[in-house]
Design a protein around this ligand. Sequence first.
Ligand code: SAH
Ligand code: SF4
Ligand code: F3S
Length: 459
Amino acid sequence: MKAHVITYGCQMNEYDTHLVESQLVSFGADMVDSVDEADFVLINTCAVRGKPVEKVRTVLGQLRKQKAQRPLVVGMMGCLAQLEEGQQMARKFEVDVLLGPGSLLDIGHALEANERFWGLQFKNELHEHIPPAPQGRLQAHLTIMRGCDHHCTYCIVPTTRGPQVSRSPDDILRELDMQLAAGVQEVTLLGQNVNAYGVDGGAKLAGYPSFAELLRMVGRSGVKRVKFTTSHPMNFTEDVAAAIGETPAICEFVHLPVQSGSDRVLRRMAREYNREKYLTHIAQIKRHIPDVVLFTDIIVGFPGETEQDFQETLSLYDEVGYDSAYMFIYSPRPGTPSYKHFQDLPRELKTERLQRLVAKQKDWSMRKNAGKVGTVQEVLFRGDAYTEGFLEGHTRGSHAIVAPKAVGADSAGIYQVRVEHATPHNLSGRILGPDGEPLPELPRFTPEAAAVTGALPMA
Ligand code: SAH
Ligand code: SF4
Ligand code: F3S
């Protein structure tokens, strides 16, 4: 069998794709790079907003056409698969295999079934399963919990991924060891709300560390860099900020979604904190981690959001001074409380507010990034950049950064970089040697130079 997985959605989905791919390989499948080469195509879906759902509809339509022309098994997994909306689509587009986010290990049964197979249970053994560490990569995700115990009124995730289940610390550390053995240098701990780790359904699990303790354990494991995402402000505690400040391996980077700066909107979202409480967390974070890079998530145009409410979001942005933000237009999701009870605002109003917020974000990102010019940053280079002769990577604070390849630094790895230029979107600089001086750049292979020497094949 030749299999191909298409992944939409968040880092959790990327992690789940690895998990399913490792299962497929253990059942004898060859993973191929394109739909055309595959006889089994699996789409890992997202349902958080309307757009990703529409993308899946388009791809399923294309796959059904291909099915009419050649033998092809089509599967759908992930968040949308768990919803009635996704199951209707699956029927319409003749999907053969359907796996909810809690049933991924059923992939084996699905392959044996030889007929339509739908797996939609939330199964706990997922948490004991250890996927092989991805080989040859410096970065890895590590899921520490699944599901979510909150009930933000706009959010479909608790429905698609079920209640929170924390993975055992032994299991997490075992997977971390495998990742370290495979050469991983940066690990990102994943969960919908990592701060609530070890407290499932409101009950503290015996023998489980708190999130701050888990962070310290991972920080001592020998891994070079530790990041985590996402935190809910409601469960954020000062000892997490302290753990980041004290543990050298934990990156000075916090992604703390605020969603809105207005108490009235936060209440209607059922976020369980107010502006003041949120700002207290930010003050603690800044105290413990002086160079912290701060990211957030913001929803604009939540039902009932007035101009005054929106102004409070803008003013909160200035008060915190975020390095960057993921900004979303409110998207009504069938099955959520806000969909049922609130009236959606007009599209133009939401779009116009998003534009004003994006302008503010760009301003701040430019200002923050410009402040990095002249500093030395530890960069994890993933590999070649789009521009010939450059490497691309990211800093401990998750800024995207490029630098010309240098003698002794021409491929993936962690290097010190002096930042020379900044835009709102990324940084660029020069790779430094052990003496703190820029390493000599490698001569660049340009099409012009190649044309002169005749080294380029004729087009
Ligand atoms: N558990 C995470 C977020 C999960 S979803 C947390 O609470 O931090 C990622 C982001 O998508 C959310 O932070 C929110 O900003 C956005 N989002 C979720 N539902 C949405 C909706 N219905 N419309 C627009 N944005 C939404
Ligand atoms: Fe991730 Fe949420 Fe989308 Fe599911 S619905 S893939 S948890 S962003
Ligand atoms: Fe969604 Fe809120 Fe949980 S945004 S994933 S219900 S913390």
